[in-house]
Design a protein around this ligand. Structure first.
Ligand code: AQP
Length: 333
């Protein structure tokens, strides 16, 4: 069945292998499936829920766009734009915020994690972030949303908001209730330094992640330094118990090789870590280096990147502003 896809990535710098395996790689596959209509957004309004330096933010918007293009998202097939160019996102977000309930937002675990102990000092934007995400999705009648496991709860909130709007305003099926598309395997890539923490842009240690802009030498060095343990490579899945770092590295290898974990376990059973790491580093570099080189190339032509975003925003604006107009009519404005 043809799908209408919407998804986004924040331009908060340091795009990494987790973003690639958990999101962008999937975006490209979906784009290339017959009949799908895909909209991929650089969600800059989401990025400012945490403080951003204006010049760095501008660069990060271009870099994220370049990463989309370099990974294989094609602006002739998919709409690529940045969120702040389409005012309907902010307008829709306000209206949906009047539908969402405080109790629903209070359950969001990402806010708890990101706000940390001092919730009083977190921005209001960080708290209502899932409502903006709902507007992003619902304004385009998206049927499917590819996200990493960490975003599943936010997507469930979007579904609740759509259903409540439709029921409160007596408009059955007006807002489409979206389905999450979560990869069954390797949906959560973990830090190279701590297998219990997800690989993240904001981790202060650069050695914790493979950036999409890393060179081959940097990739080899980071994988060499990745945390492992002193026990040999496992010969069965049970041998991964309480070994999150080893499981993560084998998961990365499996995902990039398009094979299941069992096959990778077989391949490296009994090998020592230095041999495995050398092969893994080659595999990661083989996927990431061409992307990283293309990002550098694309960033030399900022006008081209800005043009892609502007043209994408024009197309997105037609759809989103039409939906907001209909929403306003239903509400009684
Ligand atoms: N470690 C990960 N493994 C798998 N998928 C991941 N994603 C993020 N980290 C991993 C997925 O990438 C998409 C874009 O994410 P985002 O940039 O919009 O937001 P995020 O989840 O907040 O990313 P980070 O890296 O964790 O950023 P910080 O450090 O700023 O919080 C999403 O689909 C996400 O699931």
């Amino acid at each position: 069945m043809a799908k209408k896809i919407f998804s986004g990535v924040q331009p908060s710098g340091n795009l990494h292998l987790g973003n690639y395996i958990g999101a962008i790689k999937n975006f490209v596959d979906l784009q290339n499936q017959e009949g799908n209509q895909c909209i991929y957004c650089v969600v800059d309004l989401h990025a400012i829920t945490l403080r951003q330096d204006p010049n760095i933010l501008k660069n990060n918007i271009r870099e994220t766009t370049a990463a989309f293009l370099a990974s294989g998202i094609n602006p002739k097939k998919s709409i690529i734009f940045n969120q702040s160019l389409v005012p309907a996102h902010a307008e829709g977000s306000w209206i949906l915020g009047c539908v969402a309930r405080m109790g629903w937002l209070n359950r969001m675990t990402q806010f708890k994690e990101k706000a940390g102990k001092d919730k009083e000092k977190a921005s209001v934007g960080l708290y209502i972030y899932p409502i903006l995400m709902s507007a992003d999705i619902l304004l385009y009648d998206a049927t499917h949303v590819p996200v990493g496991e960490d975003q599943k709860q936010h997507l469930e909130l979007s579904r609740d908001i759509a259903q409540k709007f439709n029921s409160d305003l007596n408009s059955p099926d007006f807002l489409k209730v979206p389905e999450p598309l979560i990869q069954r395997n390797f949906s959560r890539i973990m830090s190279l330094k701590d297998g219990t923490k997800k690989m993240s842009k904001s981790d202060p240690s650069d050695l914790s992640r493979i950036n999409l802009t890393d060179t081959k030498d940097q990739i080899i060095n980071k994988i060499k330094k990745a945390k492992t343990d002193t026990i040999p490579m496992p010969s069965a899945k049970e041998g991964l118990k309480k070994r999150p770092e080893v499981e993560n590295l084998l998961g990365i290898f499996s995902s990039l090789s398009n094979q299941n974990l069992e096959k990778s376990i077989d391949e490296f059973s009994g090998k020592n870590f230095s041999d495995f790491k050398a092969i893994l580093a080659e595999k990661v570099a083989e996927k990431i280096s061409p992307i990283s080189k293309e990002i550098v190339n694309l960033l030399k032509n900022k006008d081209y990147i800005d043009k892609v975003l502007m043209e994408g925003a024009e197309k997105a604006n037609i759809q989103a502003s039409k939906k907001v107009k209909e929403i306003k009519k239903i509400i009684g404005f």
